[in-house]
Structures are given as C-alpha cells and as structure tokens.
Design a protein around this ligand. Structure first.
Ligand SMILES: NC(=O)c1ccc[n+]([C@@H]2O[C@H](COP(=O)([O-])OP(=O)(O)OC[C@H]3O[C@@H](n4cnc5c(N)ncnc54)[C@H](O)[C@@H]3O)[C@@H](O)[C@H]2O)c1
Ligand SMILES: [Zn+2]
Ligand SMILES: [Zn+2]
Length: 389
C-alpha cells in the first residue's frame, strides 16, 4: 500500500510499504477514506520528536471503512464506518476505566523509553515515534487499529467524512481546552494560536458559554477565521498582548488562558522567544515556551491556564512565582479522545458545530509531502489539510 513515511527532518515521502495485518484478536484493519495533517505532525517534520526511525508511517487523524476484524473483536464488523482516536487505549486498565484514555498503561509496548524521559509512560499514539509505541500511522491506504473494540466510534451515514474526521483529534482537543477553563457566565477566555486546534478551542469556548474570546496569532487568514467565529483578534507581532488583554478585561486579566501553540512558538514573538530558539538549536534547551509564559502572566488571579499545545521536555523560565502567588490552576493533557467522542458526535449530529469549516486543502496521499510543507509554512492560505487515499 501507499503511505506517508518519515526519513529525517523535512523529508517526508509517499512510498510503498507492506500492508498492515491483524496481529491481535481485538484488532481491526480499516481502509482509510480520509486523514489529516496535524500541528503535532509538524513537530515530527521539524525533527524535534525523539524516537523516530527511517520509514516510519505517519499520521494520527484517520477514519475509514472496516475491511477486516480480529476474532476477539465483537463490536466491529466489516463495512462499518469509523473514526479512530489518535490515542491508543485498551479500555480496561486503571486509567481507561477512569476515562484517562491517553494515560492507558497497556498500549505503549516501549514504556521504558518514555519512563526515562517523563517518569511514567502515557498511552501509545499512532504514527508518533517509537517512544510512544512505534505504531504505524494513518496517513496511508490502510491502518491497523489495536484495541479496535474499545477505541473507534461508528459514524452515521448522514454525515460526511469532513464533518466527522476531526473527532479523531483536533475537535476533542479544542473542546477539552475550553472545558478545562470551567467557563462561567461573563467569562473572557484568551486563546493563543489560531491554527486548527485554536480554531476548535475558540468555537468550543463559545459553545460552553464564554462571553468574550480573545484570539491571538499573526497569520491574517487564521485571525480572520477566528474573527468569523466571533472572537476579538490580536496580532502578536503588532500589539502588546499583555496590555491589550488587560485593557479588555477591566484591568484584571483573562479568566482563563488557553495555550494552543506549544513548543514551536514563533521566534519573532519576543526577545526571549528568539533566545529559546537559539537554545533549542544548540541543545541547551528542549522547548520554546514563550506562549506558556505569556499565558500565565495574562491570566487573572485564581484563573486557569489550559495547555493543549504540546511540550516535550524541560521548560526554562516559567514564571511559577506568578502562578503560586496568584493561585492559578493548570490543566493540560494529550486528549483522552475516547472520553469525548460520544458527546461531540452528538453535537455534530445536532448541527451545533460543523468542524469541516477549518479545511482549506483537500488532496491525494501523493500530494502529502508537498502539503506538509505548505501547512508548515502557512503558505497558500493553508489552515487544515485533508488527504484522501
Ligand atoms: N494536547 C493534544 O492532545 C493535542 C492534539 C493536537 C494538537 N496538539 C498541539 O496543539 C498545537 C497546535 O496545533 P495546530 O494543529 O493548531 O498547529 P499549527 O502549527 O497550525 O498552529 C499553531 C499556531 O500558533 C501560532 N503562533 C505561533 N507563535 C505564537 C504566539 N507567540 N502567539 C500566538 N500564536 C502563535 C502560529 O502562527 C500558528 O497559527 C501543537 O503544539 C500541537 O502539537 C495537541
Ligand atoms: Zn494531532
Ligand atoms: Zn488502558
């Protein structure tokens, strides 16, 4: 089959790889009908995710049609149409039972590597390094889905692939980011990053009752999309973000701040952001946490900082003095997607949101390598890419 494979920093290819096979009774194989490129894939493309090997198949936002099921799998049958969560979870362990699917303790066969870095291992992920399981991803014609009787959600025929595909990751992620804020009537939520995740967070914050959403980025079409959803937009290259948020919140700060940027904040964001860039390039630092620092400073006393932008290692110069003295709450996670699927599918079915609004580019798998570059460079108005194998 054809698949998108990783061959080093900036080198992604569409090439032939062996077809996946059933390896466990609970598995299913799906024929991929749509998959997408995520901001998290850009960290792999940029060469900053450890544990990648030449030829690894990428992709963790995937849906398709079941073409084969393992003998122990009683919940799926050939022909079912399913969306696959990016987090691989057994559905039965200590964490899965509590709804913390992205903490599943049975889905990462390479736990040791993750434990060395992070103390304990999270769940395995599709197409996201050997540290997180070494699972082949779904930017491919076929995908093996482990624990397929627990993870994937069946979707009704009335909905298009474009409407439901983002249940695999960015819609639950943006929704969780907003849910973490515990939004009360009258609240102002400030959101850094108007990429696909930020866009889902903006709409989710309004769905959950935010009165004012302040959206921060610098890319004109991303700010325009945020504005179309009702957000007040700020350009971090033109405006002083702290001063503007202070003005917009009666001098008090935002009730909650969402970091939907993560470790690759734009180096031009500030002098510190540029220093972070130099430190990571010279192996003196692991991350570029400009946005997290700013989100903490801009949050009101006893407010919440909700982090969904991904960080990898040990972050420097985080203003913990500000956080402890002012009683901030931190919430963060790789999204336990399975926990959110039923209620978010219901919201789509009821027409409360149509996540396809974010798609700007639809193409074939062969166009994938070029579109990774387009998406990374924010060229050609690109906000979200969907590939149809
Ligand atoms: N927690 C999870 O489960 C989860 C799931 C999906 C994605 N993610 C992460 O979420 C993040 C965003 O993903 P995406 O797909 O939207 O990516 P993206 O790269 O398209 O979007 C990031 C946006 O941040 C903007 N940005 C850069 N510096 C900024 C600054 N100083 N202030 C404000 N905005 C700034 C960029 O211009 C860009 O529009 C990534 O780190 C990704 O890894 C996390
Ligand atoms: Zn993702
Ligand atoms: Zn589990």
């Amino acid at each position: 089959m054809k698949a998108l494979t990783w061959h080093g920093k900036g080198d992604i290819r569409c090439e032939s790889v062996p077809d996946p096979r059933i390896e466990d009774g609970r598995d299913a194989i799906i024929k991929v009908t749509a998959c997408a490129i995520c901001g998290s894939d850009l960290h792999i493309y940029g060469g900053i995710i450890p544990g990648m090997e030449h030829g690894d198949v990428l992709g963790h936002e995937t849906m398709g049609e079941v073409v084969e099921v393992g003998s122990a799998n009683k919940s799926l049958k050939v022909g079912d149409r399913v969306v696959v969560p990016f987090t691989i979870a057994c559905g039965e362990c200590f964490f899965c039972k509590r709804g913390y699917f992205s903490g599943c303790e049975r889905s990462n066969p390479n736990k040791g590597a993750a434990e060395k870095m992070w103390g304990y291992s999270p769940a395995g992920l599709f197409g996201y390094s050997h540290t997180l399981g070494g699972y082949a991803g779904g930017q491919a014609e076929y995908l093996r889905v482990p624990f397929a009787d627990a993870g994937p959600i069946k979707v009704p025929d009335g909905l298009t692939d474009e409407q439901v595909l983002f249940l695999s990751d960015i819609f639950p992620t943006g929704y969780m980011a907003a849910e973490f804020c515990n939004i009360q009537p009258g609240d102002t939520i400030a959101i850094w990053g108007c990429g696909p995740v930020g866009q889902m967070a903006i709409r989710s914050a309004f769905m959950l009752g935010a009165e004012q959403v302040i959206a921060i980025d610098t890319v004109p079409e991303r700010l325009a999309m945020a504005s179309a959803a009702g957000a007040l937009t700020l350009d971090f290259l033109d405006e002083d973000i702290y001063d503007r948020i202070r003005d917009l919140t009666n001098g008090r700060g935002a009730d909650a701040c969402i970091d939907a940027v993560g470790t690759e904040a734009e180096p031009r964001s500030s002098a510190y952001a540029m220093i972070d860039r130099i430190k990571t390039a010279t192996f003196m630092g692991t991350d570029r946490p400009h946005v997290l620092r700013q989100a903490i400073q801009c949050c009101r006393n006893f407010g919440t900082v909700s982090i969904v932008g991904v960080y990898g290692g040990f972050l420097d110069k985080i203003p913990m003095g500000s956080a402890i003295n002012r009683g901030l709450t931190f919430r963060m996670a790789q999204t336990p997607v399975q926990h959110y699927l039923p209620k978010l599918l219901e919201r789509i079915e009821k027409g409360e949101i149509d996540p396809s609004f974010v798609i700007t580019h639809t193409a074939s798998l062969e166009d994938g390598p070029d579109l990774y570059k387009t998406f990374r460079d924010k060229a050609d108005g690109c906000i979200k890419v969907v590939l149809k194998p």
